[in-house]
Every structure is written in C-alpha cells, then in structure tokens.
Design a protein around this ligand. Sequence first.
Ligand code: ATP
Ligand code: LTN
Length: 351
Amino acid sequence: MEQRPVILSGIQPSGRLTIGHYTGALRNWVSLQQSHECYFMIADLHAITVRQDPAELRQRTLETAALFLACGIDPQQSVLFVQSHVPEHTQLSWVLACLTGMGECSRMTQFKEKSAQHRHNVNVGLFAYPILMAADILLYQADLVPVGADQKQHLELTRNLAERFNHYYGTTFRVPEPYIPPLGAKIMSLQEPRKKMSKSDPNENAVLFLTDSPEAIRRKIRRAVTDSGREVRYDEQNRPGLSNLMVLYHIATGKSIADIEQEFAGAGYAELKAALTEALIEFLRPIREEFERLQRDSGYLLSLLAHGAERARARAQQTLRLVYDRMGFLPQAPYVEGVRIAMEDSSHADL
Ligand code: ATP
Ligand code: LTN
C-alpha cells in the first residue's frame, strides 16, 4: 500500500475551543485527513503547565474530543488520542531536553508571554513546553504539522532538535514542515483586534466559541470593535478589527476576500456585521448540534480514545526504541524464570 505523508497536531484541553482553533488548526486537519495519515492529539500534558482544576480538565478533555469529531475529524481515517495515554511522549521529551540549550527555551515568545501572565507559577514545565511539543511531533515521524501562526517558533525548535539529533546519532527523525494557512492563521480578539483571540480571555465578548448559541453570536458580533472608516476593504495593518471580521466571513461562507469586498462595495460595516452574524449562526449550528449529541455519549468517546491511544502508541514505540538504541541505552533482555540473578547469590539477598 502506498504510504501517505504523516500529520501530527494537537490542541490543549485548557478551555472551550474558539473559532480561532477552527481556522488555525481544525479546519486544516479536516481538509488534510484524506490525503495524509493523521494523528490528532488532545495535549493534556501541555495543559498542566498552567494550573488546572482536575474535574474540569477531565471534562474538557472529553469535550475537546467531541468537538474534534463535530468539526469533521473522521475517526475511521484519523487517529484521535489523548497525550497522557501514550507515555512515550514524556520519555522522548527527556531525551530531547538533554539536547536543548536553556537559551533556546527562554527566548520562546509563548514562554515570555505565559510567564508574564502567570507570574506566580512560572514552573519548569512551562519552560520545557516546546521540548514536549517537539517530542509529540518527532515521535510520529510527522512530515507536516498544521498549526496557527503562533506555533511557528515552536516548530522551528522542533526542526532544530531533529537535525541536531540526526547529526549526533545518525538519521533518526524526519524533519517536519509547519502548515500555516494563508488566511485565518491568527484570528484576533473581537474586543482588542491587535491581540490573538484566546480561550482564556476573561472578557467573554472578545471570544467566539465554537459552541456559542445564536444569541451569543449576535451579541458578540454586534459589540465587536471595528476601526474608523466606512469602506469594507481588507487592510490587516491599519484596520485589524474590520479585517478580522472579513476573515471570519470568509471562513463561514467560503467567499474570497476580493468577492467580499465586492459584495459590500457601497455598503458599510453595519451591513457586513449583519451578514456575518447570520453566516456564523448557520455555519456553527451543525457543529454545536453534533457536539451536543456526542457529549451525551461519553462511552463512545472513551472507547474511541482508547482505540486511538493503542494505534498512536504502536507508532510512538517504534521511534522511541530506535532513539534509545541510538543513544546507547542498554537494551533490556527478557527476564527468564529460573535464571539466577546476582542479587540472589549475594549475602544481602534477604535485606
Ligand atoms: P491557550 O489555552 O494558552 O490560550 P491556545 O488556545 O493558543 O492556548 P491550543 O489550544 O493548544 O493553544 O491551540 C491549538 C491550536 O489552535 C494551535 O495550532 C494554535 O495555533 C491554534 N490557535 C489557537 N488560537 C488561535 C487563533 N486565535 N487563531 C488561529 N489559530 C489559533
Ligand atoms: N503547543 C500547541 C499545542 C500542541 C501541539 C503539539 C501542536 C501541543 N503539542 C504538537 C502541534 C503539534 C499550541 O497550540 N499551544
């Protein structure tokens, strides 16, 4: 059988997923899953780099799985799994940590931002976050990693670590390429359009969740901050608020930016907002309905994740074995009953 190129990507279950997760990640996962062998992961180990309530984390993990499916991930085609179910991720992460310079981690933008945001909990996990991410990717020998623009720097570190390992120990890892969509790689906050839309924003009106009701969508788009001016013309630099809404309209309708400009020629922001509201309501409705249906069937979700972990682990184990061998770790011989081991002979045997 022809080998398809491999994809790995992940999302943390650290909150409700937003339209940003859809455009930056999920939408591209769905469109690539037919032509690639895909591993889609719920990154729960990454989520604990900031404090999580245990009951909530458990619930969010299942919710995230339900949303992956509701957005169109097909479990017949793609492997869907939870990161902590595959212990090889943390094992490879340690090996890679021993190849990473302190400076490489401390210069990561996400680390700088998160350590400023969580000043009272700047932990070693937050610092080593991108090393675990590199392990996630390299374990699966991924060719392509579809992510939003904010993850580009982490992907560069991953590529450097793969090349470094290959250089010291012989070719072991595929060096992955990022896949960052040309439009929608960074959906901005509806309230502060120069800031990324983030699931942990305390201002609910700034964030469009994939599970928002029509009423919530109406309210949030009505209140969305736009820029001065009247004309509907895409200009990310000078009119980030308007441009963000145009990208959302593109996502919800499939229309190109040029067609959108033409559609609203002579009209103003109010018309765009009205059309966008209706388009988003219709676009998100089937996702929300499917999500609600799946939510009621946690047994199904759990068994799907168990099967996914088994399939993911089969691939991860192969890479880890190779890595351990290349590093010079002594292979563990099988224990055979009846063969005396040194300890039994020694005078300390019964200590
Ligand atoms: P946090 O919980 O710290 O806000 P996050 O939401 O950025 O984190 P993840 O949940 O792990 O982090 O994000 C998963 C994927 O979604 C990544 O590929 C990320 O780039 C993408 N993504 C997240 N927010 C956006 C956004 N506003 N626009 C585009 N892509 C996004
Ligand atoms: N750090 C990513 C989530 C993530 C990921 C990965 C993405 C964890 N492991 C592996 C791609 C590949 C983020 O978006 N915050």
